[in-house]
Design a protein around this ligand. Structure first.
Ligand SMILES: *[C@@H]1O[C@H](CO)[C@@H](O)[C@H](O)[C@H]1NC(C)=O
Length: 418
């Protein structure tokens, strides 16, 4: 079944932008930065930031106890949420996207960045595609998504012409997921239905590998519980070659919002988290409420043996990076994200660095500082320049908690470690 894409509706763009501007500041702060009880997790700190607690002499007086307390506090605060030292880059502000987007999706095909869906505010989701052209640095070509396609937490991948769009959350706030799956032919901008996933997922890792569409991990139907399942189906030119998805080796660690990248016939899954916001029980609008999430730095790789191998970890835990990466010169470049929550305020902490995983040396580097910390940003690369747009930025240089949903587009010269 093929459907022609709809025409651009300018009036709606303006309305959506205004609503988003009004509501973003009010709601983002309330929801996305809300605090909750801290639960400790079994994650070790990098040794470079761990302070050894000195052994106190016997008969410690009150002063010594205080000293001990300070030491403990110091260690607790020397956690992974901190900014890492990173080279400054020369950032250039480009044309902003037609709408602000959080949890959107994007894929680059040649000189075009196709940008899909996302929240404008927590109560408003987009159901259209915007396209950025890296040649003349303009936005355009807006067309509608199918009415029954998910609006956020999508799995998405392209073969260079066809874009496969798998499952995701349907609707605003913390609504339920859909298993529905679609294909976009970017030569004709027509949509087709595709074989639904066996069960729905939120933000599963999704890639094309060895002629098959792979979908793994993500959150289960309650939005919080990590899924470990991994499915694949044979595909060619936007069509399924099999009737149903088949089960594959489960992922070692489940959960949403990780990067999933195929380079040189190897499949990598990078970062991500276990747990996410959930709908408040009984809420008629499925109001999002914070749940503890555990962000991780783990990297796993599948090769022809079809066994997961543990790769060197990221420089810090990083999540919300499913469309925030590019492969350039045999390196995976990852932009921004979220890391472990602040140990005292429990607020979500955004990431303001760019990371490089050099596949020649299998080493990670911190290769640049962003203009601000940002999560679920959408990334492209064109003629030596790294671009990012959309997502949710921090409150300011001194406060890494999430605030404004953005439409800005920025670029800087990409400098890689050989
Ligand atoms: C990628 O490699 C080419 C060829 O060696 C080089 O000219 C280019 O500068 C590299 N790009 C980056 C971003 O390092």
């Amino acid at each position: 079944m093929a459907r022609p894409a709809g025409k651009q509706n300018c009036g709606r763009v303006v309305l959506v932008s205004c609503l988003a501007l009004l509501a973003a500041g009010l709601i983002a702060d309330f929801l996305w930065a809300s605090s909750h009880r801290f639960s400790s997790i079994g994650m070790s700190l990098p040794s470079s930031v761990t302070t050894v607690i000195e052994k106190l002499p016997p008969n410690s007086n009150g002063k010594d106890s205080e000293k001990k307390k300070d030491k403990v506090k110091e260690r607790k605060l020397s956690a992974t949420f901190q900014d890492l030292a990173a080279p400054e880059l020369q950032w250039e502000k480009m044309a902003a996207a037609p709408v602000p987007r959080l949890d959107g999706a994007a894929l680059q095909i040649r000189n075009y960045l196709y940008v899909f869906a996302g929240y404008g505010t927590i109560d408003l989701v987009h159901s259209h595609v915007d396209i950025y052209n890296f040649v003349d640095n303009t936005w355009g070509g807006r067309f509608d998504m199918p009415k029954d396609m998910a609006h956020s937490h999508l799995g998405m991948v392209t073969d260079g012409r066809y874009i496969y769009i798998v499952t995701g959350q349907y609707g605003p706030q913390c609504r339920g997921p859909t298993a529905k799956t679609f294909v976009l032919d970017t030569d004709t901008n027509t949509w087709s239905d595709f074989v639904p996933l066996p069960v729905p997922r939120y933000a599963p890792a999704t890639q094309l590998w060895r002629g098959r569409l792979h979908v793994m991990g993500g959150s289960k139907e309650n939005r919080h519980t990590p899924g470990l399942e991994h499915w694949s189906i044979a595909v060619k030119d936007g069509k399924a070659l099999e009737k149903e998805w088949r089960s594959e080796i489960p992922i070692p660690r489940g959960g949403p919002h990780r990067a999933c990248v195929v380079v040189d016939d190897r499949l990598f899954v990078i970062g991500g988290q276990e747990g996410d916001f959930m709908a408040k029980p009984g809420s008629p609008i499925f109001k999002c409420s914070r749940r503890m999430e555990v962000v991780f730095s783990d990297v796993y790789m599948l090769d022809e043996e079809m066994k997961w191998k543990v790769m060197p970890s990221m420089p810090k835990p990083d999540s919300h990076i499913e469309f925030a990466w590019k492969v350039v010169n045999n390196s995976i470049v990852i932009v921004g994200g979220t890391t472990e929550k602040h140990p005292e305020t429990k607020k979500m902490v955004l990431v303001g660095e760019i990371f490089q995983f050099n596949l020649n040396t299998m080493k990670w580097y911190v290769i640049g500082k962003l203009p601000y910390r940002v999560k679920t940003t959408l990334v492209g690369y064109w003629e030596g320049q790294l671009y990012f747009t959309s997502g949710q930025r921090d409150k300011g240089p001194d406060d890494p908690a999430p605030r404004k949903v953005i439409s800005e587009m920025w670029r800087a010269k990409l400098i890689l470690n050989p």
